[in-house]
Design a protein around this ligand. Structure first.
Ligand code: HEC
Length: 100
C-alpha cells in the first residue's frame, strides 16, 4: 500500500510539468498517451493527417461523452491497448469535449 502511494506520488511529480501548459487531468493524460498520434491541443501548430485531431473529434456532432467512452473502452484499431481505467476515460472524455 505504502509502495503504491509512493508510486502515485512519483508519477504525479513526473507528470506535473505538463500541467503548467495544460490544465486538467484529461489534458495531462492526453499529452502523455495520445499526443504521439493525435493533435491534442486546442490550437495545434501543425495539422496531423494520420489521426484526427482532438478538436476535430470534439467538433463532430455525433461525438458524445457516451460515444467517446465506448470508443476508448474498446481501444482503437491502430492504437496500442491502453487499458484505461474508467476514471482515466472520464478525464480524457471531459478534456476532448472541453475543446468544443
Ligand atoms: C498509435 C497512434 C495513436 C495513439 C497513441 C492514439 N490514437 Fe486515437 N486514433 C488513432 C487513429 C489512427 C485513429 C483513427 C482510425 C482509428 O479509429 O483507428 C484514432 C481515432 C481516435 C478516436 C475516434 C475519432 C473519431 O473520429 O471518432 C478517438 C476518440 C481517439 N482516437 C482517442 C484517443 C485517445 C484519448 C488517445 C490517448 C489515450 C489516443 N486516441 C491515442 C491513432 C492513435
Amino acid at each position: 500500500m505504502r509502495r503504491a502511494i509512493e508510486t502515485v506520488l512519483a508519477l504525479a511529480l513526473l507528470v506535473f510539468p505538463a500541467a503548467a501548459q495544460d490544465p486538467g487531468a484529461g489534458g495531462r493524460l492526453a499529452v502523455l498517451w495520445c499526443m504521439a498520434c493525435h493533435v491534442v491541443e486546442p490550437n495545434p501548430p501543425t495539422a496531423s493527417d494520420s489521426a484526427p485531431s482532438f478538436r476535430v473529434i470534439a467538433a463532430d456532432p455525433s461525438t458524445t461523452s457516451g460515444s467517446l467512452d465506448r470508443y476508448l473502452s474498446r481501444g482503437h484499431t491502430l492504437m496500442p491497448d491502453f487499458s484505461l481505467s474508467s476514471q482515466e476515460r472520464n478525464a480524457l472524455v471531459a478534456y476532448i469535449l472541453s475543446l468544443r
